[in-house]
Each structure stands twice: as structure tokens, then as C-alpha cells.
Design a protein around this ligand. Structure first.
Ligand SMILES: [Mg+2]
Length: 175
């Protein structure tokens, strides 16, 4: 049995797609997911505009209706049965998100007990064997044996990590 830390945004939930939709709605643009294969958010988005998007992310409701990543429920439920799984989200940046994330997990991942939900800022002090995250800033300071970078729009140019693009791949690695 391994202790596995699973991030929420852009790992369990399609947060990046909602950010993209929010940006397109606010600024009447038509960016698509594929546009980020070559460029990062900061290359494509105007900095002032992105600050306005962050204000939207901080408002009530943003995190409550996020779509679930394909096959995340099925694979995480299997992992949960055989490993010591924790859902770990750096959520305190957006205080309104805290209760929304609990309700979202209860709705879509009802098998995850409240004791296995960890909302924090930094993640480096958490000890485990495996971390699944879309941000190198979290993976870089993780001391466990396995670091999996979940493919996301914002990390297309990142190299040097074990990249996973679908939950089925994680199932093959860890089940
Ligand atoms: Mg994330």
C-alpha cells in the first residue's frame, strides 16, 4: 500500500477549461485548448486581463460546478480501495473554494472520506510515496519516490517529468 496525494484542479477537475471559458466570455475572445499546445497562458492572455479572471476565480461558485476529468472517478475509486489516498488541494488561495471543494468531492467522489481531504497552501511538508499534480512547483519539493505530472494546458512546455495525460495511464502505473 502506498500513500498517494492527488491534486484537484486540472487533475480531478477541468479547472483550466473553465478558466479558458471565463476568459473568452469576459474579453470576447475565442481561445481554444489547442492554442496552448504552443503557447502558455501568459503568452496568450494579456496580463491585466488575467488579473480580472483571477477575480472571477475568487468569487463564490467558481469551483462548485467544474467538470470531472474523464475516468477520474473510476480510477480513483479503485486506487482508494488498495492505497492510502489523500486529496490534497492548495485551496486556501481562494477562500470561497474551500466549502465548494468539499461539496464537489462529496457529489462526484462520495467514497472519499472527509478525513482524506487536505486543503492547504504549500504541499512540501506532506509526506507520501506518490504525488499526482499539474504544477512543477508542487512536484519539485515533494520528497516521495514517484512524481507524476498531469498534462495540462499550462504545462505543455515542461520537460523532465513523468507526464500522464489520462487517468487510465495512472491506473496502469499504480493499480
Ligand atoms: Mg492543480
Amino acid at each position: 500500500m502506498k500513500r498517494i496525494l492527488i491534486d484537484m484542479d486540472d487533475v480531478m477537475a477541468e479547472t483550466g477549461l473553465k478558466i479558458l471559458d471565463t476568459y473568452n466570455t469576459l474579453f470576447n475572445t475565442n481561445f481554444k485548448k489547442e492554442d496552448f499546445n504552443e503557447k502558455s497562458f501568459t503568452d496568450l492572455f494579456k496580463a491585466d486581463n488575467y488579473l480580472k479572471v483571477r477575480t472571477e476565480i475568487g468569487k463564490s461558485g467558481f469551483f462548485r460546478d467544474l467538470a470531472v476529468k474523464q475516468n477520474a472517478v473510476e480510477v480513483i475509486e479503485k486506487l482508494y480501495k488498495v492505497h492510502d489516498v489523500y486529496i490534497v488541494s492548495a485551496a486556501t488561495e481562494f477562500p470561497e473554494s474551500l466549502s465548494e471543494k468539499v461539496h464537489w468531492l462529496n457529489e462526484h467522489f462520495p467514497f472519499v472520506e472527509w478525513q482524506k481531504m487536505v486543503f492547504c497552501g504549500y504541499k512540501h511538508m506532506i509526506k507520501a510515496d506518490v504525488m499526482i499534480d499539474d504544477h512543477t512547483k508542487n512536484l519539485d519539493y515533494f520528497e516521495g519516490e514517484t512524481k507524476l505530472l498531469f498534462d495540462a494546458m499550462h504545462n505543455q512546455k515542461v520537460t523532465g517529468y513523468t507526464r500522464v495525460t489520462h487517468w487510465d495511464e495512472i491506473g496502469k502505473l499504480l493499480l
